[in-house]
Design a protein around this ligand. Sequence first.
Ligand code: MN3
Length: 197
Amino acid sequence: MAFELPDLPYAHDALGPYMSSETLEFHHDKHHQAYVTNGNNILAETDLKNESLENIVIKSHGNNAGLFNNAAQHYNHIHFWKMMTPGGSKVPSNLESKINEDLGGMDKFRADFINAGVTQFGSGWCWLELKDGKLNVSKTPNGENPLVNGATPLLGCDVWEHSYYIDYRNARPKYLEAWFDNLVNWEYVTELLENSN
Ligand code: MN3
């Protein structure tokens, strides 16, 4: 199906001071829109037009770099906007139990997730994913995401410079810490986990 830019689930200025309206105006209104526009132009030339977004991402991987890059970034950003909420949210107890069980507790998970984002060289994403029933922390370059590794993305932080340079300049670790501590919508993460079972 053709790609469409979703509205942000909050106002552009709702994530301040951790993510400014200027960042969201560029990141959502321009960068995400460009993935949608460019992706649709390439998709129209393929036989994947009637597939779901997830299938387009998986099937274009390794076959059509232009389509993959735009489709995967469209998928990543649809979820990225929903993975944030003004003021963040509490971690539901069922998610916390699974984090304790699989990742050695919230503090270790936080440190590992931030470290994955800090050590992703160049553009990319760091992730909490579900693979073979277990939670795992990972990182990917450019537009890649856990779908291409047979895993389900549950939480992804965008570490492309367009996501933080206006607000944090080159301080990627500060952005990751502020994002993890103040913006994550853990209820949405839990919803994705429950839907993947
Ligand atoms: Mn981005």
